[in-house]
Design a protein around this ligand. Structure first.
Ligand code: ATP
Ligand code: MG
Length: 263
């Protein structure tokens, strides 16, 4: 198991951010974690990454029990990409340097990058669909391009888990689709990593994300194979408003059928 949670709860200021979560991620599974704003998605990723602590229950990540193992042991095996990190990070550095730094940043070490590292960085950039960026500064890139650079950077340390927190926020519809194509490519990669893809948009659940966890107010509403979770009936129950799911090109698209003005 890559992630194993049993009756995991996380409380802050007498409020449940997450409650009684039972969830397992098996090798080879790529999950979409979906919920409205404030439903606990980022908190869940923070717990996996050891940035937040559960209040009760058990959490094992990459086979290690959190609380018993030094989190620094497993963190290099976890890649993290989120659009909120994007602007805080680098500015003037060259794109390749940023990608190469992913090899060391997660373990807090700095060594001189070798030729092999540079070659790998270039091939990762190519893999996420960025070519001909040679020498460009990170702060001159568009938001979509930056997001791809951060993915290439996260892959540099060969993580076993890749956590993506709302990676499409701020992208226009075409940049988003292009970005999702790169993500789909990652899902099909023979040697992983396994993806945990957080979003509040059902439309971003690409075919490679075959498993879905629906979070509502800190609790698991439902989970399982995408086709069984993403039904008109289940999503209407989840959103507490009539919706309709239409599948097109193996992607679910949501149409609101009820009155959402009261939400
Ligand atoms: N450290 C904390 N202390 C107190 N409350 C917190 C803390 N971290 C998160 N919360 C609260 O927990 C709830 C869930 O937050 P979280 O960031 O996990 O939601 P989310 O599903 O990622 O939402 P969004 O889609 O807006 O990013 C929110 O109400 C948030 O204000
Ligand atoms: Mg969030």
């Amino acid at each position: 198991m890559l992630v194993e949670m049993r009756q995991m709860s996380c409380m802050r200021e007498e409020k449940y951010l997450l409650k009684d979560i039972d969830w397992q991620v098996k090798p080879g599974e790529n999950w979409a974690i979906v919920g409205l704003n404030g439903s606990g998605k980022t908190t869940l990723l923070n717990i996996i990454n050891g940035y937040m602590w559960p209040s009760s229950g058990r959490v094992r990540v990459l086979g290690k029990e959190l609380g018993r193992v030094d989190i620094r042991e497993i963190r290099p095996s976890i890649g993290w990409v989120s659009s909120s990190l994007q602007e805080k990070l680098y500015t003037h550095e060259a794109v390749e340097d940023i990608v190469v730094s992913g090899k060391y940043a997660s373990i807090g070490l700095y060594e001189r990058a070798g030729t092999a590292d540079r070659e790998r960085a270039l091939s990762l950039l190519q893999e996420v669909g960025l070519r001909n960026l040679g020498g460009r500064r990170y702060d001159t890139l568009s938001q979509g391009e930056k997001q791809k650079v951060l993915i290439a950077r996260a892959l540099m340390s060969r993580p076993r888990l890749l956590l993506l927190d709302e990676p499409c926020s701020g992208l226009d519809i075409f940049s988003r689709e292009q970005f999702l194509k790169a993500i789909e490519g990652l899902c099909r990669r023979a040697k992983g990593p396994n993806l945990l893809y957080v979003s509040h948009r059902v439309e971003e659940i690409i075919p490679g994300l075959t498993k879905v966890l629906l979070l509502r107010r800190g609790e698991v509403h439902s989970q399982g194979d995408a086709a069984s979770v993403l039904t008109t009936e289940n999503l209407s129950d989840f959103f507490e408003i009539p919706v309709e799911v239409r599948w097109q090109d193996r992607r679910p698209w949501l149409i609101i059928r009820g009155d959402s003005s009261g939400r």
